[in-house]
Design a protein around this ligand. Structure first.
Ligand code: ADP
Ligand code: MG
Length: 382
């Protein structure tokens, strides 16, 4: 059944509209968004779709086709940040909460969601959920907020309501991407540029390898990396690590006594430079040369930031050994997904090699699919 039909069955009225927001994959620039730096995500064809209708009685009714448990009934006036008792519904509810906190007149809604974004695979199913809710409420209540404003409110929902200390990349990618492009985003001022990234026209493919693992270690490690980066910025007397020019990296490293902080600084400053280098290569039409930059980024995430894991390392190694142009883990690490740049003609062989390596290692079969740079959040109907 369509989301509209499902909505009508649940709530007994027609939705006022249907919206979609995609998941994302990050091409290059990892943990740089915690440091005011550059990132380069693109939207996936996978989306969270929401059918929504306004209410005027302060009630929020939220349903997902993808989880058990029926409709979650909430009252806008009694939403409690960080309470944990709303479960998955904290993501859309947090968006309504953040909008109201910012003074926007949201008076209630019925929401039904259905998503094709794999959850917990580092592909931002959470941001898709937030952004689709934010865009729907923005349209229905005539709030007139820009895409970056919606992304920031969605991030605030995840940080302050759900309690996940994420950067703004995921929400910006979901809200602002354009098909056929990667998004060069400056996470300090949220300025963006759409960088043409038409892989198919060049005989190339970007594969996502979902390792299907998520190591519990990840949660604390993220906060620890964030704290380490902040310590590095303080020690170097800069507002954020993005303010350390790559040309001054060796000098900066020589001023740091803490070995761990030094590794984190080296990762962030060099990965920021890898984003700049990737953009220069794409602008010059030299897309194949991006491959080795991806692999360099992986080595930095593995050895300096130390957020990779055996499954991600194996995906990257097996893909490169089978002739990929380059590969890296993407997202927060400790599981989740890797991206692999590959000649279209070699894509099947590379995917088969990764699957074989996983089977030989005794790992669960990975999910492998091409990442086609897709459209950002949009209204589908209504
Ligand atoms: P990621 O964003 O990388 O997929 P997260 O842990 O940030 O992983 O977000 C996943 C969480 O988002 C899920 O555990 C669930 O609470 C929520 N979520 C995502 N998609 C859906 C959906 N379709 N229906 C209900 N909840 C969802
Ligand atoms: Mg997420």
């Amino acid at each position: 059944m369509s989301v509209t039909g499902e909505f009508e069955e649940l709530y007994g009225v027609e939705p006022e509209g249907v919206w979609a927001a995609p998941g994302r994959v990050n091409l290059i620039g990892e943990y740089t968004d915690l440091n005011d730096g550059f990132v380069m995500p693109m939207a996936l064809p996978h989306t969270a779709v929401a059918a929504v209708a306004r209410r005027t009685d302060g009630a929020l009714r939220i349903h997902s086709a993808d989880v058990e448990g029926g409709v979650v009934l909430l009252d806008l006036d009694s939403l409690e940040p960080l309470s944990g008792d709303t479960g998955w519904a904290a993501y859309p509810a947090g968006v309504a909460w953040a909008l109201r906190e910012a003074g926007h007149p949201v008076t209630g809604a019925d929401i039904h969601i259905s998503s094709t974004v794999p959850t917990g695979a580092g592909l931002s199913s959470s941001a898709a959920l937030e952004v689709v809710t934010a865009l729907a409420l923005n349209d229905l209540f005539g709030l007139g907020l820009s895409r970056p404003e919606l992304a920031v409110l969605a991030q605030r929902a995840e940080n302050a309501f759900v309690g996940v200390p994420c950067g703004v990349m995921d929400q910006m990618a979901s809200a602002c991407s354009v098909a056929g492009h990667a998004l060069h985003l400056d996470t300090r001022d949220l300025s963006c540029r759409q960088v043409p990234f038409d892989l198919a026209a060049r005989g190339l493919r970007l594969l996502v390898v979902d390792t299907r693992v998520k190591h519990a270690l990840g949660d604390g490690a993220y906060a620890e990396r964030r704290a380490g980066c902040e310590a590095g910025a303080r020690a170097l007397g800069v507002r954020a690590l993005r303010d350390v020019p790559y040309a001054h990296l060796s000098e900066a490293l020589a001023r740091l006594d803490d070995e761990t902080v030094r590794r984190y600084v080296r990762h962030v400053v060099s990965d920021n430079e890898r984003v700049v280098r990737t953009i220069a290569l794409l602008d010059a039409g030299d897309v194949r040369a991006v491959g080795p930059v991806l692999t360099e980024g992986h080595v930095s995430l593995r050895d300096d930031l130390r957020v990779s894991c055996a499954e991600l390392d194996l995906a990257v190694e097996a893909a490169n050994a089978a002739g990929a142009l380059g590969a890296r883990m993407t997202g927060g690490g400790f599981g989740g997904s890797a991206v692999v740049l590959v000649e279209s003609l070699a894509a099947d062989a590379v995917a088969a090699a990764v699957e074989k390596a996983f089977a030989e290692a005794g790992y669960a079969a990975p999910g492998i699919f091409p990442a086609v740079p897709s459209e950002g959040a949009r209204r589908l109907s209504g």
